[in-house]
Structure formats: structure tokens, C-alpha cells
Unconditional design. Structure first.
Length: 127
């Protein structure tokens, strides 16, 4: 599933909704605040649940759940520097076999397993 990432320091799964940068000048021609240039590229991320303390016993992968929306209906998210994104990751759900596509699986299901077998780096950083 594309658009998923892991965050540095705390391994956490989130869906990247948009990558953007703040303008250097404002609509009236004045300069943007100096703090805006600190991180030239940003990402809006909607978070999945934190990893459980241990992996699932039957298939040795960690599971994550899409959290419920907040009271105002918005999902739990953050705007973070793009440089804080460490890697992409693959999510899968055993219920999706033959029933979902990569374009709708995140809309159809709320719980997923993180594929820590997807590559050497994923294995080392997730497992």
C-alpha cells in the first residue's frame, strides 16, 4: 500500500496525505516568518495506532489499527518535517484476499499487519 511511512525515533505507522512546503513570501508580498524556512518540506500524516509491545504469535508480525476519528470527525494527524520519515512500509490484511485493491484497501479495513519481511531494512528496523 503506497503512502505509508515509519517515523524516526519512535517507530510508528502513518498514512502520508500530502507533501508540501510553506511559501517564502506571503500573499501581501512580505517575507514569511523565519521559522518557516527551518524545514523546507513538510508532510501531513494521519497516524495508525502504536505498535503493541510484542508481535503477533502466529505470523510474527506487528499489527496496527486505524484509530477512531476525534469528536470533530477529523483523523488523528500531524504535520512533520519530511526528513523525519524513515521508510515506507507494507500493510496487509488477511481479510482482503481477493476483495480489495490497493486503491481501496485503506478505506475498507481498519486493522492491518506490518510486513517486517518486506526487505532487509524493514526486517532490521521493525522486527
Amino acid at each position: 500500500v503506497s503512502g505509508l511511512m515509519l517515523l524516526k525515533l519512535e517507530t510508528r505507522v502513518g498514512g502520508v496525505k500530502i507533501i508540501f512546503r510553506l511559501p517564502t513570501t506571503l500573499f501581501n508580498g512580505s517575507a514569511a516568518p523565519p521559522a518557516w524556512s527551518k524545514h523546507p518540506r513538510l508532510a501531513h500524516v494521519e497516524w495508525f495506532s502504536a505498535f503493541k509491545p510484542s508481535h503477533e504469535q502466529h505470523h510474527l508480525t506487528y499489527s496496527v489499527v486505524e484509530p477512531w476519528p476525534r469528536a470533530d470527525g477529523r483523523m488523528q494527524g500531524s504535520i512533520i518535517p519530511l526528513t523525519d520519515i524513515r521508510q515506507t512500509c507494507q500493510l496487509f490484511n488477511f481479510q482482503t484476499l481477493g476483495r480489495a485493491t490497493t486503491s481501496d484497501v485503506l478505506d475498507l479495513y481498519q486493522s492491518f499487519f506490518v510486513n517486517n519481511w518486506g526487505g532487509r531494512y524493514a526486517y532490521q528496523s521493525i522486527w
